[in-house]
Design a protein around this ligand. Structure first.
Ligand SMILES: [Zn+2]
Length: 77
């Protein structure tokens, strides 16, 4: 059972998500808030995207690694 964790950027509760098998992650916690400032700001930092294929970074934590935070690359919808 995972702890309840909250995004430090927007305060939304992080949702558990099972990483793809090839990623080597187990269950991770992700901020799925599309209004999250971290997510919004990440949009500006990604230069290789084209207009039809927008990527952003969501705030995520890895419970297997002491809840260390990392950037989860995801498609921007
Ligand atoms: Zn957030």
């Amino acid at each position: 059972m995972l702890e309840d964790r909250y995004c430090p950027h927007c305060g939304a509760k992080l949702e558990s998500w099972l990483g793809p098998p090839e990623s080597g992650w187990g269950e991770i916690l992700v901020c799925n808030n599309n209004e999250c400032s971290f997510y919004r700001n990440s949009q500006k930092d990604i230069h290789f995207k084209d207009e039809d294929n927008s990527l952003g970074c969501r705030y995520a934590e890895n419970p297997d690694n002491g809840y260390s935070s990392f950037n989860l690359l995801s498609y921007y919808k």
